[in-house]
Ligand binder design. Structure first.
Ligand code: FE
Length: 190
């Protein structure tokens, strides 16, 4: 039961990306594939749903061998929140469990960042980020009393991409590479 969905998603997204689609196509057809994956919360193995009391967790579920995409389970305890950050590749965030809030930020003429639109993501919703349009945001768990889980899909292996965190007040930029909490990836074929 848990076998089929992630493998199906990975196959279908691979076939789509094989066609070298535009970002607009990724954000329609690829988004629809992610919506199908997260439509029912019955497939993610328990070991990739475990929150950490101090840090939000990022579990690698799949990385394309050609670095065209990666799939990561983000698990948030109440109160956990990212720093202000960018991605440098396209990203789709599908809410699987709980509720998260994403807030876009815009750099001002003097360098500091101003908060823009916030989106509250309920299960089944897919949020988008793109270096072409809006790439800098903060994401946080929007549940006070339970963990939240979202499935992130990026246009590269996000655990190998150097990107930036920003100080919203001074606008100072610092590069980082995010890591994965798991040592082993799921077996999609069992
Ligand atoms: Fe992000």
């Amino acid at each position: 039961m848990s076998e089929g969905k992630l493998l199906t998603f990975v196959k279908e997204l691979s076939l789509l990306l094989e066609q070298k689609p535009s970002e607009a196509v990724i954000f329609t057809k690829g988004k629809a594939l992610l919506e199908k994956l997260i439509a029912k919360d019955d497939w993610l193995a328990e070991e990739f749903t475990r929150p950490h009391p101090q840090y939000y967790q990022q579990y690698l579920l799949y990385a394309d061998p050609l670095d065209r995409f990666s799939v990561v389970s983000f698990v948030w305890s109440p109160g956990q929140k990212t720093p202000l950050h960018n991605h440098t590749v396209w990203g789709m965030v599908g809410q699987l469990r709980g509720q998260e809030k994403g807030t876009l930020y815009h750099r001002q003429a003097d360098g500091h960042f101003k908060a823009g639109k916030s989106t509250v993501c309920l299960p089944g919703h897919v949020d988008l980020v793109s270096p072409e349009t809006h790439d800098i945001h903060v994401v946080e768990n929007d549940m006070l009393d339970q963990s939240s889980i979202s499935i992130h899909v990026y246009g590269g292996n996000i655990g190998r991409i150097s990107r930036s965190v920003f100080d919203p007040v001074t606008g100072a930029e610092k590069s980082f590479v995010s890591g994965y909490a798991n040592q082993l990836v799921p077996n999609l074929w069992s």
